[in-house]
Design a protein around this ligand. Structure first.
Ligand SMILES: *Cc1c(COP(=O)(O)O)cnc(C)c1O
Length: 347
C-alpha cells in the first residue's frame, strides 16, 4: 500500500497559467517553467496540460528535464534550457530540439563550433550574480553575436518577491542598458514575481514557475496540491505519557493520538513538527512530538470519529503555510514531495 495520496489539480495549474497570462498585454507571451519535474509535480501530465491550454514555450533547468518534457509533449513547443550548453549534454540539443540559454563566453564558443545556425538564447547577468554574461563578457564576444543570432535574451531578478526592493529597478535598468547593444529579438526578465511588479518588467516573454503551481508570491493562485495521509493506528495516551522520539511531547490531558504514514523521507520536513497540523475537512489536528522518517503523530482527541486519513496539504494549509511552519518556502515543500505517494491527476 502506498503511503499518502497526492492529488494534483491540473485544472488549477492551467487556471493559474491563464491568470498570470491575463496580467500581461496580449503582445507578451507567457511561458511556463517546468524545472525540477515541474516543481515536483511531474513534467509529463503538467507539460501536456499546459500545452493543451496554449503554452508554446517552456523552460527547463537542465537538458535532461528538457528531454523528459519533449518526450511528453511532442515536437511543437519551444523548450529552453537555463543551464545553457553544458559539456556532456551536446547531443541532446539536436536530438530533442532543445534551445540553450547560453550563459558564458565559453558556452557561446562551443555552441558556435558545434551547432552554428541552430536556435539559441543569451542569458545576461543584470545583478543577481548567479547565471549569465556580464557586459564585459558580452563585449568580448561582440563579433560572434550576429552568428549566434539569438532568439531570446533574458535575465533573472533576485528580489522580485519584494516589490519595493531597490534591486528590482536597478536590475531593470541594467538589463535595459545591456540589451541596447544586442540584436533585436525577444526579451524576458520576469518569473512569477516579476509579472506582479507590473508592465515595465514584462517585455516580450514571461517565465512563471511557482505561480503556476499555486505558490507565493502569486497569492491569488488556486491551490494545486492536496496530500492525504492514511491513519495507521490510533491510541489513547494518558496524562504524563510521551509521544515519539526524544519524548518531546507529553500529554497534559487524556489524549488520542493518530499515527499517519508519511514523514521527513517524504518531504515533510522535520522542522515543521511543532508548528504544523493535519486536517479533516476544516478541523485542525496538531502534530505532536517529532516528525519521524515515515511517521507523524497527530492529536485527534477532539474528533468525534477518527477518519481513515488526514490531510497535510489542502486549501487551508497550503504549501506556503506548511513552508512557514518549517521555516522554508513553498518551492522547497513542493520540490521535496517524495515518490512514495500515490499520485492522482485531476483535470
Ligand atoms: C526558477 C526560475 C524561474 C521561475 O521562477 P518562479 O519564481 O518559480 O516563477 C524563471 N526564470 C529562471 C531563470 C528561473 O531560474
Amino acid at each position: 500500500m502506498p503511503g499518502g495520496l497526492l492529488t494534483i489539480d491540473l485544472a488549477a495549474i492551467v487556471s493559474n497559467w491563464r491568470a498570470l497570462d491575463a496580467k500581461t498585454a496580449d503582445t507578451v507571451e507567457t511561458g511556463a517553467v517546468i524545472k525540477a519535474d515541474s516543481y515536483g509535480l511531474d513534467v509529463g501530465p503538467v507539460g501536456q496540460a499546459l500545452q493543451n491550454a496554449g503554452a508554446k514555450t517552456f523552460f527547463a533547468a537542465l537538458a535532461d528535464e528538457g528531454v523528459a518534457l519533449r518526450q511528453a509533449i511532442g515536437p511543437t513547443a519551444r523548450i529552453f534550457v537555463f543551464s545553457g550548453y553544458m559539456q556532456g549534454d551536446e547531443s541532446a540539443f539536436g536530438e530533442f530540439a532543445l534551445t540553450p540559454l547560453l550563459n558564458s563566453t565559453d558556452q557561446a564558443a562551443r555552441f558556435l563550433t558545434d551547432r552554428k545556425g541552430a536556435a539559441c538564447g543569451l542569458q545576461l547577468d543584470s545583478g543577481m550574480n548567479r547565471l549569465g554574461m556580464e557586459s564585459a563578457e558580452l563585449a568580448s564576444i561582440a563579433a560572434q553575436i550576429p552568428a549566434l543570432n539569438p532568439i531570446l535574451i533574458m535575465s533573472h531578478l533576485a528580489c522580485a518577491d519584494e516589490p519595493k526592493h531597490p534591486q528590482n529597478t536597478a536590475q531593470l535598468a541594467a538589463f535595459t542598458e545591456m540589451v541596447t547593444k544586442l540584436p533585436d529579438c525577444n526579451r524576458s526578465l520576469s518569473a512569477t514575481g516579476g509579472i506582479l511588479l507590473g508592465s515595465d518588467y514584462h517585455m516580450d516573454m514571461t517565465r512563471p514557475g511557482i505561480g503556476l503551481y499555486g505558490g507565493a508570491p502569486f497569492i491569488d493562485a488556486r491551490p494545486v496540491v492536496t496530500l492525504s495521509l492514511p491513519v495507521i493506528q490510533t491510541r489513547p495516551v494518558a496524562v504524563g505519557e510521551s509521544v515519539g522520539y526524544g519524548a518531546a511531547w507529553i500529554a497534559k490531558r487524556p489524549s488520542v493520538i493518530a499515527t499517519v504514514a508519511a514523514g521527513y523521507a517524504d518531504g515533510l520536513i522535520r522542522a515543521m513538527g511543532p508548528n504544523a497540523s493535519l486536517y479533516t475537512g476544516d478541523t485542525r489536528c496538531p502534530i505532536v512530538g517529532r516528525v519521524s522518517m515515515d511517521l507523524i503523530t497527530v492529536d485527534v482527541t477532539d474528533l468525534a470519529k477518527v477518519p481513515a486519513s488526514l490531510d497535510i496539504l489542502n486549501a487551508t494549509q497550503t504549501v506556503d503555510v506548511l513552508a512557514k511552519a518549517a521555516g522554508t518556502i513553498g518551492y522547497e515543500i513542493l520540490t521535496s514531495l517524495g515518490n512514495r505517494y500515490k499520485r492522482v491527476y485531476k483535470d
